[in-house]
Design a protein around this ligand. Structure first.
Ligand code: TNX
Length: 535
């Protein structure tokens, strides 16, 4: 019999079911446990089981470096001993795709064998993806099997940065290495090292030993703490360690403000300060200061292969009142028809930028440099004042390349939730993990400027982070959200899925002895106070 109305409702139900399946697939489909989420993921049926005698193909394109790296990590992370073999029939195959040498892109295919291809760097990232999948599939028996999948991946941004302030509090090599490990795990690639500030100078300079011997004394809480700093040997060790993880280390020597530690060591270079910020500046017009800083930067340049130096340039106005009465500065202003102290500041910044450029380095600076008139070619601006979006617009309009690191949500000295007490909030606002994950918001997108936005960076300022526990707590798990914001294109995943993928990360943090903020069980790790609880 023919029942038109019945057919009609069957069709409706069928369509509805299809719709529900599709909707369900969209929102609840199981994602692979990888952060940052890859560009394309095609799951296949079948599993690859890691056996005791897994073989790794020798990577002749980099004299076995990639193979050895994978071998070491399989052993240290999973207790799996992989044998390196010269033949093409290894379980883990590595191939050097003919693409740019420093390309981040990679392919990872897990089937009856595991194939990774890309540049050496791409293969490194393919390995991170594999390790994350394996970590999430660890079992008590030690046997690890992973589902078949084909992944093609490449990053959204070339600059995926994290800054650590070691002037206000000093953490040391072990802590930095652990941070670099986690950065690499989340495919972050720039470590911006804030090594000098008012509270302490932390990088050895051979020509001016008092910078560390005197300038290194004290920190933000204890002005009498014996000098803490990195020797040049330490710096080289960290740079090498980072390079092995495809992370560029960018040094910052903050000038002409934030310079109290310099002035303590070499008062002769001081430009004075203000009542609230005594001895805040280096003298902005003396040639001897430029000569001193040139010597310093030459040693810095020799230590860091990045070929970029961050000269700070922030918050000079906090403590430049003394410039109003300094005879040399006043004479300079008169001679040059300068009308304000900002002109003096810009003069100094330009001289130092020229010095850095003469060393064949890119000039990096906080967004105060946007009005200094530096050439756009060879300069990079760090937009940090979230309350001054016009500064970002100005930088882009003028043609500068920019790294986005606005306080909210990318300053990790801001707290992560409303009820955290000890870190920063601004007008009740803070830096919750969801905002980090969603960064940059649509309002900061503009097709016109897209190629000037080099990337994003989070900054860990440490006035209120005085110990390892608190450093961990402020960094994790936001670091994971940062990695995904910097790498994955918007729309590749959603926040709920991200949280799902975060779950296995908690266990990994725990296993690495991190005192992290447990977003799923906040009570389990109470907020550590600023001054107590070294982990
Ligand atoms: C502003 S960001 C600073 C830092 C402080 C930070 C605290 C910037 C360029 N200057 O010196 O540590 O705020 O959140």
């Amino acid at each position: 019999m023919f029942y038109p109305s019945h057919t009609h409702s069957v069709r409706t139900i069928c369509l509805l079911t299809l719709f529900l399946i599709a909707w369900n697939y969209q929102t609840n489909a199981q994602e692979i446990p990888v952060i940052p989420y890859p560009s394309t993921v095609i799951t296949q049926s079948g599993e690859f089981v890691f056996s005791e005698n897994v073989t790794i193909q020798y990577s002749d394109f980099d004299q076995g470096q990639s193979s050895h790296y994978i071998q070491e990590e399989l052993m240290s992370r999973f207790g799996i001993y992989g044998r390196i073999n010269e033949k093409n029939d290894a379980d883990i195959k590595l191939s050097d795709a003919t693409q740019a040498k420093d390309s981040d892109a990679y392919q990872l295919s897990i089937g009856s064998s595991i194939e990774m291809s890309g540049s050496q760097r791409g293969i490194f990232y393919a390995a991170q993806t594999l390790f994350q999948i394996m970590e999430a599939n660890k079992t008590d028996s030690g046997v690890i099997s992973v589902a078949h999948v084909d992944i093609t991946d490449q990053p959204r941004y070339g600059w995926r940065g994290l800054m650590l302030d070691e002037s206000r509090h000093f953490f040391g090599k072990k802590v930095v290495k652990q941070l670099l490990d986690w950065m690499a795990y989340y495919k972050l690639n720039v470590f911006h090292w804030h090594l000098t500030d008012s509270q302490g100078w932390r990088i050895e300079i051979m020509k001016y030993p008092y910078l560390t011997l005197i300038g290194g004394i004290g920190d933000d809480h204890n002005p009498l703490l014996p000098a803490q700093y990195y020797t040049q040997k330490d710096i080289k060790e960290i740079v090498r360690y980072a390079r092995q993880r495809h992370i560029t280390v960018v040094p910052e020597i903050d000038m002409p403000g934030h310079a109290t530690a310099v002035n303590k060591a070499y008062p002769v270079f001081s430009g004075g300060g203000s009542d609230r910020y005594p001895e805040w500046t280096m003298h902005p017009t003396k040639d001897t200061v430029v000569e001193f800083l040139t010597d310093v930067l030459q040693e810095v340049d020799a230590l860091f292969p990045a070929q970029m130096i961050h000269l700070g340039g922030d918050e000079v106005h906090f403590g430049n009142a003394a410039w109003n009465t300094d005879p040399a500065i006043q004479a300079w202003m008169k001679k040059n028809d300068a009308t304000s102290l900002v002109d003096v500041e810009h003069y100094f910044i330009n001289r130092m930028a020229d010095t850095i450029r003469a060393m064949n380095n890119l000039v990096l600076g906080w967004d105060e440099i946007v009005t200094a008139g530096l050439p756009t070619e060879g300069s990079l601006v760090f937009w940090w004042r979230h309350d001054k979006p016009e500064t970002l617009t100005q930088a882009l309009d003028k043609g500068y390349d920019v790294v986005l690191c606005p306080r909210i949500p990318l300053y990790f000295d801001f707290v992560q939730t409303e009820n955290h007490q000890d870190g920063r909030k601004w007008g009740g606002r803070y830096a919750d993990i969801e905002s980090v994950w969603k960064f940059p918001p649509d309002s900061l997108h503009s097709a016109t400027y897209n190629d000037q936005i080099r990337g994003i960076q989070a900054n860990i300022w440490t006035e209120r982070i005085a110990n390892k526990n608190r450093l961990d707590y402020m960094t994790f798990p936001r670091l994971a959200a940062l990695g995904e914001a910097a790498w994955s294109m918007p729309g590749q995943s959603n926040y709920d899925q991200f949280l799902e993928r975060m779950k296995p990360q908690m266990k990994q943090y725990h296993n690495d002895n991190l005192y992290f903020f447990n977003i799923f069980d906040p009570e389990s790790t109470p907020e550590p106070p600023v001054l107590e609880g070294d982990g």
